[in-house]
Design a binder for this molecule. Structure first.
Ligand SMILES: [Zn+2]
Length: 317
């Protein structure tokens, strides 16, 4: 699976260990995390596809209970589990730790404490990305109710206090429209760190699914996309790539796909990103060329005027 995404043009693979937690897997959690990290590393180092040196593996630090269940409390027990998961991932030399689909800043604080403990005990200094799941509406709020920007700022403050290198923040696992609504605030609070965005591709939103399950989570009207963007309930790769390209233009620096996306979505994003990059490079060259012309005109203009004046004098004589 990782190889399929890398072949489609991905730069980063997340370890396939989202449910490898004590809640879901009991004592098998850590061995499963280790195995998942090895699989991702093997695919990243594969020489079958171009540019293996550019590929990164992000070690998943997932929610520790049911996905989307809001965890509002600081918990030393949760921090101790994150410490174990961070150990296992760092032992396999992942490039970055990725705490994803978090619902609340307290959950991020548990992650940060766990990563800090892992660093202190084993001397790891891995960068951490913290990514929250948004409610599928246009409020810019997490499923736990905090505004995304406020939760991110709290995570940054907690990381500062703990001496943890929080090098990226962002949002994931939500409707693309929810990202559109929250992105400007996220970019502003990120202050130059990586801005990470990966949304879901399902036409029926997670909030609607949770409601059916008797677990209502969000505040406003669900953000549904244009029905023409979907086939069989899933956003088409081209439509998703157009959304992703707009996030990149608006300041997202790490853009990917969450639930419902496939290697075809990654490939469509890659094609569009490369085209966008070529276009901005061309505009850069064009600007440089115009500036050079302006400088030359300024430098040579007086000399040219003098030469013309001299010629006119000679002609008159
Ligand atoms: Zn997801």
């Amino acid at each position: 699976m990782h190889e399929a995404f890398f072949a489609a043009g991905a730069d980063v693979a997340t370890t396939n260990s989202f449910v490898a937690t004590p809640h879901h897997a009991g004592d098998r959690a850590v061995p499963l995390v280790t195995a998942a990290a090895r699989c991702a590393q093997r695919a990243a180092r594969s020489t079958a596809q171009p540019l293996p040196a550019m590929r990164k593996v992000a070690g998943c630090l997932p929610p520790l209970g049911e996905c989307y269940a809001v965890r509002r409390d600081r918990s030393d027990a949760d921090a101790a589990v994150y410490e174990q998961l961070a150990f296992a991932l760092a032992d396999e030399k992942v490039d970055v730790l990725l705490a994803e689909t978090l619902t609340h800043s307290s959950e991020a604080a548990n992650v940060i404490l766990g990563v800090k403990m892992a660093s202190l005990k084993r001397g790891y200094r891995l960068p951490l990305w913290v990514v929250f799941t948004l409610a599928d509406d246009a409020t810019g709020r997490l499923r736990g109710g905090e505004r995304a920007a406020i939760a991110i700022q709290r995570a940054l403050d907690a990381a500062d206090g703990a001496g943890v290198l929080l090098s990226g923040v962002g949002v994931n696992c939500c409707a693309p429209g929810a990202v559109d609504a929250a992105l400007a605030d996220v970019v502003e609070v990120a202050e130059g760190r990586e801005v990470i965005v990966y949304a879901n591709a399902f036409e029926s939103t997670t909030s609607e699914w949770l409601k059916k399950e008797g677990r209502p989570d969000c505040c406003g009207t669900p953000c549904r996309g244009n029905p023409r963007e979907y086939v069989d309930g899933v956003m088409t790769p081209d439509a998703y790539a157009r959304r992703a390209a707009s996030w990149a233009r608006r300041g997202a620096t790490v853009v990917g796909g969450c639930c419902g996306t496939t290697p075809a979505h990654t490939k469509a994003c890659r094609v569009l990103f490369d085209r966008q990059r070529r276009r901005s490079r061309f505009l850069g060259y064009l600007t440089f060329f115009v500036v050079v012309l302006a400088v030359l005109a300024r430098a040579l203009g007086p000399a040219l005027a003098l030469a013309l004046a001299e010629k006119r004098v000679w002609d008159e004589l």
